[in-house]
Design a protein around this ligand. Sequence first.
Ligand SMILES: Nc1nc2c(ncn2[C@@H]2O[C@H](COP(=O)(O)OP(=O)(O)OP(=O)(O)O)[C@@H](O)[C@H]2O)c(=O)[nH]1
Ligand SMILES: [Mg+2]
Length: 391
Amino acid sequence: MKLVVIGLGQAGGRIADEFARIAIKARQERGLRIVTDILAVNTDTADLSSLVKVKKDLQHRILIGSGRTHGHGVAKISEMGAEIAKDEKDNILGIVKKNERFYEADALLLLASGGGGTGSGSLPVIAQAFKENFRDKPVYVMVALPYEHERLTEERAVFNTAMCLKSANEVADAVILVDNQRFIRKSQSISTNFQKINEMIVAPFYNLLCAGEETKPKGIGTSVMDAGDIKESLVGWTGIGYGTVDIDIIPTFEQTHNYLKKNIENQRGLYAMDEALGEMSVACNPVDAGRAALLVSGPARDISVDMIAELSEKLREVAPSAQLRLGDYPRERGILDVTVILSELSDVPILRQFYHDSKELAAEFKERQKTRSTKTDLTEEAARGVPSLLD
Ligand SMILES: Nc1nc2c(ncn2[C@@H]2O[C@H](COP(=O)(O)OP(=O)(O)OP(=O)(O)O)[C@@H](O)[C@H]2O)c(=O)[nH]1
Ligand SMILES: [Mg+2]
């Protein structure tokens, strides 16, 4: 599958940078093209220049709203991010369309954080603009949810995220949720280590995008997961998970094909699938998924029909309402990995929490505004009669 990737705001830009890194890796190591273009859009000049892999020209690092923000961001006011995006969407669309490979792209992927202003405000606007202009290309969005400490202390982060998610869901074909908090635990690194977190966010996409682009016979599985399968698996609220297991950890019984060996293969697959399901990008229950996809990748001799059957049976058990799609992707290297997509989720608890909290906040904002204007009126009243030094 080939994507056009557009990162919006700081988090979006950095995650786009990570997509650029895996795209370069796919070209160099596998001779495959998994993106047709990668762009970063921001109201902040410094954020744009701090990117590493996104091409450096003005067609790939696009500064918007400079007349209003002077290149310094929108300070978490996502309404301003949305306004600026409305003014500049035609310009962005024009730039994306100009790329000669644009028509090869299977879909668009927009990336942003929910908590900031530029990314969260512009993401739904740009998604809508693409939907209206390119009806044949699905538009997927990925929203990075704020950390727990931000949810507890930064009202704007909660409010922006709720508005961004609600609006994005109205226009995008799928909204991929990635909860920053879940990646902290995994990375065991300091909370600001975004690079590591972004690597983990993007990792599941590597094999997923490569699998259907392979042309070398030994990279083509028995059941190839191509762009068509992925499109069918990405609808509505979506989580993505990735698990890996080292092939060398369990003895491989090289020459034999006995029952025991098969069992070990299956164990590895189950282990990796369990990790993928346990560490989904957002906390969700597979029972609530309307669609699910599973891609197993590893050395051909370690992926048996038997193992795929067992994994699919287990996935069916935990996600009984999901339309299931399975794929295998032979790769000659020392690990076996499993990528899981759970999509068309009917319930994601953290979503409800964001909506609930932001409604309370909206009421509170109103109340505070009322109190403030009453006090301002009183102050002005008290100043009446005091001479001013100005004309
Ligand atoms: N996953 C991830 N999250 C990030 C990254 N950088 C910032 N965040 C999160 O994104 C939110 C802040 O939003 P930013 O993306 O910095 O904001 P912005 O879109 O640039 O908007 P403004 O700076 O307000 O103009 C916070 O919740 C951060 O925790 C990143 O590189 N990766
Ligand atoms: Mg910013």
